[in-house]
Write a protein that binds this ligand. Structure first.
Ligand SMILES: NC(=O)c1ccc[n+]([C@@H]2O[C@H](COP(=O)([O-])OP(=O)(O)OC[C@H]3O[C@@H](n4cnc5c(N)ncnc54)[C@H](O)[C@@H]3O)[C@@H](O)[C@H]2O)c1
Length: 450
């Protein structure tokens, strides 16, 4: 992961985008979970006209082209060639063998009546046995597992699964999105530094290679674009980034930006834009789904906590604004509370200060639904990563930072967390791909000043 040394001017020439011909295979580790099942059932419901794809930029978003006076804002999906929902085919793995219908009922996110309407379709999809170890997710104990002497054996089995799926389903292209549980906290180490050291680590069962890395490795080896919806490292290590570049595979991650952190990256830039100071931000959550149960283990929580905490540091840039942001107390808590299921409740107490340092407070109480917010993100990532691959983009796709709490970024940069900059980056990337003029919002030309 290195930044380009030579300065290149941005070409306004249209990129060649291969058309989205044929079917797109969507591979989901964590297929029986709340996010995966809400995503799959949601897509099927939308295809049947039983609901609208609310929250999805690819389905409902528009993009302005040219000047404001041109009044040209087509739907994104009409502007750029994206795969149609009818062409998605799902497959995945889980440590529980429930088919998609049973898993969806157990997740309890969607109403029973809706799930019943989709029963015949959902029944047709069941997860394959997973690569899993309780060393990396302590609070789960499923039995639908692969076995193998080494992590390389397990990777080869996943590669076999992917190849079989491709052959049997006739899909032309593949995207994998990690919707599995949050793994324990692991730091990047020497074993992750090169493709060779990583492959040796797979053969030697290195403890710093977690299951999510084995899935990412298998995806990249099969030419599948890969996104990580959880905060664990997974593909965010030099070895896998290098492998992705070598195999022309786009990567994105980490950790879907859904509820509380989405609010943080909406509110934070607003406060900072007015030079309002911040002395503390206390965030707490109650949630009762399986994700909450996994995060009840301190080792998995540590991974999530790091991801959630990193946001404010980069948003507020205390090194540039020491008077306003050098002494911020930031605390994040997640409490497992079963009665709530997927309907999470998040509270934020934000201590701010204004003119002459006078203190004020903001309280946010967000009663959200985690998987309802995450499902459209999975859809957009699938469609945009497929677009990226058809456009010839590989390695880290920073323009997809919009969807993540801990965006992946190239060495020498810092991650961009401001949701408004992230959206501008995403839309300008789409304009760039199509050879359209980038929009800077300068606007002087409307006043004859240019
Ligand atoms: N829902 C959100 O708003 C949100 C936001 C950010 C991140 N996430 C992350 O997305 C992931 C999915 O969330 P969820 O609410 O669906 O959780 P969930 O617990 O309902 O689903 C996770 C699924 O992954 C399975 N799993 C665990 N390890 C696996 C492995 N090695 N191989 C295959 N399957 C495995 C579990 O059995 C479970 O079915 C979690 O890591 C969560 O932290 C969710």
């Amino acid at each position: 992961m290195s930044t380009t040394k030579k300065k290149k001017s941005i070409s306004t020439k249209k990129k060649r985008i291969a058309p989205p011909k044929g079917k797109l295979g969507v591979l989901l580790p964590g297929m029986s979970g709340a996010v995966s099942t809400t995503f799959i059932a949601g897509v099927e419901a939308i295809k049947k006209g039983l609901g609208k794809p609310v929250g999805s930029l690819t389905q409902m978003g528009r993009i302005r082209l040219g000047k404001r006076t041109d009044k040209k804002s087509p739907l994104i999906k009409e502007f750029i060639p994206l795969c149609e929902l009818d062409d998605l085919v799902f497959a995945g793995w889980d440590i529980y063998k429930d088919d998609c219908y049973e898993a969806c009922l157990k997740a309890g996110v969607l109403e029973k009546e809706l799930v019943e309407e989709l029963k015949d379709t959902l029944k047709q999809t069941s997860p394959m046995p997973a690569v899993f170890s309780r060393k990396y997710v302590k609070n789960l104990n499923g039995k639908h597992l692969k076995s193998g002497k080494t992590k390389m054996d397990l990777a080869r089995q996943l590669i076999g699964d992917i190849k079989n799926f491709k052959k049997q389903s006739g899909v032309d292209r593949l995207v994998m999105v990690w919707c599995g549980s949050t793994e324990v906290y692991i730091q990047a180490a020497a074993v992750h530094s090169s493709i060779k050291s990583f492959e040796d680590g797979l053969k030697n069962n290195h403890p710093s290679i977690a299951p999510s890395m084995i899935y990412a490795y298998a995806a990249i080896k099969c030419g599948a674009a890969y996104a990580n919806g959880a905060p664990n490292l997974s593909a965010d290590v030099p070895a896998l980034i290098k492998l992705a570049k070598k195999n022309n595979v786009p990567l994105a991650g980490k950790d879907f930006k859904t509820g509380q952190t989405l609010m943080k990256t909406i509110l934070g830039p607003g406060l900072k834009s007015r030079m309002i100071g911040l002395s503390g931000w206390f965030s707490t959550n109650i949630l009762g789904n399986r994700d909450g149960e996994v995060l009840d283990d301190p080792y998995s929580f540590k991974t999530k906590e790091e991801s959630k905490l990193s946001v404010l540091e980069h948003l507020f840039q205390p090194d540039l604004y020491p008077d306003l942001y050098s002494d911020v107390y930031h605390k994040v808590r997640i409490n497992y509370y079963p009665p709530r299921g997927d309907a999470k409740e998040a509270w934020d107490n934000i201590d701010i200060f204004g003119w002459l340092g006078y203190p004020m407070q903001i309280k946010v109480n967000f009663l959200c639904r985690d998987s309802i917010l995450a499902a459209p993100i999975v859809l957009d990532l699938v469609l945009f990563l497929d677009l990226a691959q058809r456009t010839g983009f590989d390695g880290i796709q920073e323009w997809l930072s919009f969807y993540f709490k801990s965006p992946m970024y190239a060495e020498g940069l810092y991650p961009e967390h401001d949701v408004f900059i992230q959206l501008m980056k995403l839309k300008n990337t789409l304009r760039y791909i199509k050879g359209e003029e980038l929009i800077t919002h300068l606007g002087l030309d409307y006043y004859n000043l240019m």
